[in-house]
Ligand binder design. Structure first.
Ligand SMILES: [Zn+2]
Ligand SMILES: [Zn+2]
Length: 212
């Protein structure tokens, strides 16, 4: 996918390129942000406990990880979803800690028709298949077409995303893993988790490929 050398055919990356994407380490046990001080939980999570139980991401949002996300989202390189989904499934393949259901962060129908696909949903299919956990994409909908979060401050993002999601599942699985490509401030993750918990889900983990 990157250097044209022969590759692990499941993920289309050679071992050298894969080694070029070092895993995220020393992160907050709750929100997954990189920590510099010798602490297990960041100050923000200590001050206000988020609705989600945990955000777990594999890589910092730069270098090859960022390249793969951009190639999928903006250049329609759907093979990148398989690379990301497979790497995520390998990371989350812990039989003692499996969710009851998987879903992805939904796009608003308008945004979906503009882009033609939901990158998080494409990734979630690979995670679902490899882990053999039911996919319940139809349970969660984005009912407000929010402004692009990227240009907003953290406070504005929280305000912008409020009530953006709607849960329509008839039942609430106990533990749901929500798949996304990249987590930035965590405000979308928090609003998704708030919606799921309100619907009766007990444990919500956000599983993303990269953390900004
Ligand atoms: Zn390579
Ligand atoms: Zn934190």
């Amino acid at each position: 996918m990157v250097c044209q050398q022969s590759a692990d055919n499941e993920i289309d990356l050679c071992s050298r390129c894969l080694a070029d994407m070092p895993a995220l380490e020393d992160t907050c046990a709750v929100c997954g942000i990189a920590l510099t001080a010798n602490a297990s939980t960041c100050g923000r999570c200590l001050k206000k406990t988020p609705y989600y139980d945990k955000i777990i991401t594999l890589y910092p949002y730069r270098g090859l990880a960022k390249f793969l996300i951009h190639a999928l989202k903006f250049n329609n390189q759907h093979c990148c979803a398989r690379i990301m989904g497979t790497l995520m499934a390998r990371h989350f393949n812990k039989p003692e800690h499996q969710p009851n259901a998987i879903l992805s962060v939904p796009l608003h129908p308008k945004r979906l028709s503009q882009r033609g696909f939901n990158q998080a949903e494409l990734i979630s299919h690979y995670v679902h298949k490899k882990l053999n956990v039911p996919l319940v994409e139809t349970y969660l909908h984005r009912v407000i077409n929010t402004h692009d979060q990227a240009s907003l401050s953290a406070a504005k993002r929280r305000q912008n995303i409020r009530n953006a999601f709607c849960y329509t599942g008839k039942t609430a699985p106990y533990f749901v893993a929500v798949i996304d490509d990249v987590v930035t401030t965590g405000s979308t993750a928090n609003e998704v988790a708030r919606t799921l918990k309100k619907a009766g889900v007990k444990r919500v983990e956000i599983w993303a490929f990269a953390r900004a």
